[in-house]
Design a protein around this ligand. Structure first.
Ligand SMILES: Cc1cc2nc3c(=O)[nH]c(=O)nc-3n(C[C@H](O)[C@H](O)[C@H](O)COP(=O)(O)O)c2cc1C
Ligand code: SF4
Ligand code: SF4
Length: 272
């Protein structure tokens, strides 16, 4: 008898699926969950090979921009959402400099499975790609964290009322140009771990093995060895307590980065 009638007295709920290497996305996902009040967080890496629970009316993705596009693991994850066609979907992408068409890509990949991305938000955070640059100073980091708070409040307002909002992107010219780099380069990401190597500071603690979200690191004779199915999330390099993991030739003196409020333990558990 009640079929077709929306039961407004039932509390609506949100599931936020996140992927993170250095904690920015977990920080954003947690703050957003706190603002929404009725949200649960699920680490994409912990459920990528499992059945997922799609209960709740609103589903969000929070992930970093990689190479001007989506992390490969997040693209792979999207097909698991197929069963949730009636849900309200939103996405938040954190980025360090240029996010380009990442969220448009997300909308396209959703559409391929008959899903609608109702809103897409960009949040600027400290960059973490040490192969190209070192961490920005703490003052600049804190400014970005502060700025994210207002944006997250606004996202929570839009999401909780299930509004359709703009899919945010960079300017058309820049976005189009850089998206080409993703198209040409993203397929090479799994094998890009060839660039990692441990220097003499490695003390065989094994943290790099535990922190890798896709089990791509093992210890061989006490030293890390990479297995060719990398996401390039930088977790192994950034969380090594000895700063012993290098990439190519220029990372030894670059300042490492991970979000100051996210702890190693947060990344080593499955669902937070
Ligand atoms: C492999 C890789 C590629 C990246 N590419 C971009 C990029 O194209 N544009 C950008 O603005 N930031 C880029 N970044 C920076 C991250 O998107 C940014 O630091 C993000 O907030 C990291 O999130 P996390 O701490 O949750 O891992 C890249 C980072 C990595 C590790
Ligand atoms: S985390 Fe660093 S010190 Fe520990 S095993 Fe890995 S490379 Fe070595
Ligand atoms: S090997 Fe390192 S960079 Fe690659 S997915 Fe694992 S933690 Fe991330």
């Amino acid at each position: 008898m009640l079929r077709g009638i929306k039961l407004h007295f039932i509390k609506m709920s949100t599931t936020i699926f996140y992927f993170t290497g250095t904690g920015n996305c977990l920080y954003v996902a947690r703050n957003l969950a706190n603002e929404l009040g009725d949200a649960r967080l699920v680490n994409i890496a912990s459920v990528i090979d499992k059945n997922i629970d799609l209960s709740g009316q609103r589903i969000g993705l929070v992930y970093p921009v990689y190479m001007f596009g989506m992390p490969l693991i997040v693209s792979k994850f999207i097909k698991k959402l197929k069963a949730g066609k009636d849900k309200y979907f939103f996405a938040v992408a954190t980025y360090g400099g240029k996010a380009c068409n990442t969220l448009k890509q997300n909308a396209r990949e959703f559409a391929a499975f008959g899903l609608k991305l109702s809103a897409g938000f960009l949040i600027k955070m400290p960059g973490n790609y040490t192969p190209l640059y070192g961490a920005i100073n703490e003052k600049s980091q804190n400014r970005l964290f502060e700025e994210s708070h207002d944006k997250i409040k606004n996202i929570a307002r839009i999401v909780s009322s299930e509004q359709t909002a703009r899919i945010e992107t960079d300017s058309f010219l820049v976005a189009g140009l850089f998206s080409l780099i993703y198209k040409l380069g993203s397929g090479k990401i799994p094998a890009m771990d060839k660039g990692f190597w441990p220097d003499e500071k490695c003390n065989s603690c094994g943290i790099c093995v535990k922190v890798c979200p896709v089990n791509n690191v093992e210890l061989a004779s006490g030293k890390p060895k990479w297995l060719g199915r990398c996401q390039q999330c930088m977790a192994c390099l950034q969380w090594c307590p000895q700063e012993a993991i290098q990439y190519g030739k220029n990372t030894a003196y670059r300042k490492r980065y991970h979000h100051p409020e996210i702890k190693l333990e947060d990344l080593m558990h499955n669902n937070i």
